[in-house]
Every structure is written in C-alpha cells, then in structure tokens.
Design a protein around this ligand. Structure first.
Ligand SMILES: [Zn+2]
Length: 208
C-alpha cells in the first residue's frame, strides 16, 4: 500500500458525501494532528461500526442494533419499522434518498408507512451500484408481498431527483403498484432533509 497510501486514503475519504479532493486533504491533515489515542480510537470505531449500526435487510434503513433490540423487542436484521410485529402501515412504501430524510418525515408525524432508502440518486453520468441494487430490491419487495402497494416517491425536486423518480416509475411499471409523488410544496431544489414540518405534511397530503 506504501506508494498508493495517500491515494487510497484520499479515495476512501472522497466516498463521503460532499467530500472532494481538497476536503479529503484537509481531513488527512486534521487527522495527522490528532493525538495518537484519538487516531487509534477513530480506526477502532470505524472497524467496529457494523457491530453497532446496521442496514435493514428490507428497507436499507440504518439502525442502532442495541437500542432497537431493547426498544422494539426486534431481531438484528430488520429495522423497527420492517419488523414483523411493528404497527406501521405495511402497504405504503416511501422511497427516500437518505436516512436523514426519515428523521424529518417522522418528526412531522404525517406518515405511518414503511420506507425504502436509496442511498443516493441515479445519475446518468455516474454509475452508482448501491442505488441500482436498492432499486432492484424495491422491485422485488413490491413484487413479492402486497399487490396493492402504494409507492410514494419522495425524492428531492432536483434534476437527479426527477430523473431517479422517472427511472423507478419505469422499473416498477410491470408490477403496476399505485405510484404517487410528493406535491410540489417543496420549492425546486429544496432537499427533503431541510424541509419543515408544515411543508412535509402539505407535500404528503397533496401527493398524486
Ligand atoms: Zn426496515
């Protein structure tokens, strides 16, 4: 790894959202100034992350394994929403881009169904294997269980959001679920993550 050491490390950091080459360099310099203990703690914490935080086998939502096991009397594969005995509305699936969107929608109290986390958007110029895999999972999910699913596309009204919504609509077409989209209460370009409660409630109530 020696000659490629910096290259590898930088490329890993650049996988983080919003991090380009310049920010990756800043991270490297900052971590260089960590104490030796802090450097070891960081390395250990990253290595142990999968023990604590996991992605749901059904909806790909990240959940804290221990907190959830106690709170929901759940297993270690499913998030508290997808867990068999959860009281969520099981015929509604809201497709969202990232985990933070769920926090915001849950805070609004306007939705009681299930989710599907894409982990990104479909970008025609940039092949994202994770997103494509998750869309495949969505297809299987809708195809397998309820014939009368409503799939709510709640992606940000940006160019890539629109592109991704259209793509998913096309993929799901043969299964003929009811597909709705959030109303344009969200002004163009505003991300769901930053929308306030009233806006979310309005966008949900007026979905079509
Ligand atoms: Zn789940």
């Amino acid at each position: 790894m020696d000659s490629n050491f910096f290259h590898t490390l930088r490329k890993l950091l650049e996988k983080l959202p919003g991090i380009g080459p310049r920010q990756a360099n800043r991270f490297l310099w900052a971590m260089l100034d960590f104490s030796e203990d802090e450097q070891k703690d960081l390395a250990r914490a990253i290595a142990e992350l999968p023990k604590h935080l996991r992605r749901c086998a059904v909806c790909s939502r990240a959940f804290n394994v221990r907190v959830q096991a106690v709170a929901a009397n759940s297993d270690e594969k499913h998030c508290s929403f997808c867990f068999e005995y959860s009281k969520r509305e099981k015929n509604k699936i809201m497709v969202i881009e990232k985990d933070n969107d769920i926090l915001n929608i849950e805070r609004s109290g306007a939705y009681g169904g299930l989710y599907h986390v894409l982990g990104g958007m479909i970008d025609p110029l940039d092949e994202n294997p994770i997103v494509r895999e998750r869309i495949k999972k969505l297809y299987e999910r809708v195809g397998k269980n309820h014939p009368n699913y409503e799939v709510i596309l709640a992606l940000s009204p940006t160019k890539t959001g629109e592109f991704t919504s259209n793509y998913i609509t096309k993929v799901l077409e043969p299964l003929a679920p009811k597909i709705t989209r959030l109303a344009r209460g969200l002004s163009t370009g505003v991300e769901l993550e930053y929308a306030d409660e009233m806006t979310i409630r309005h966008a949900l109530d007026n979905r079509r």
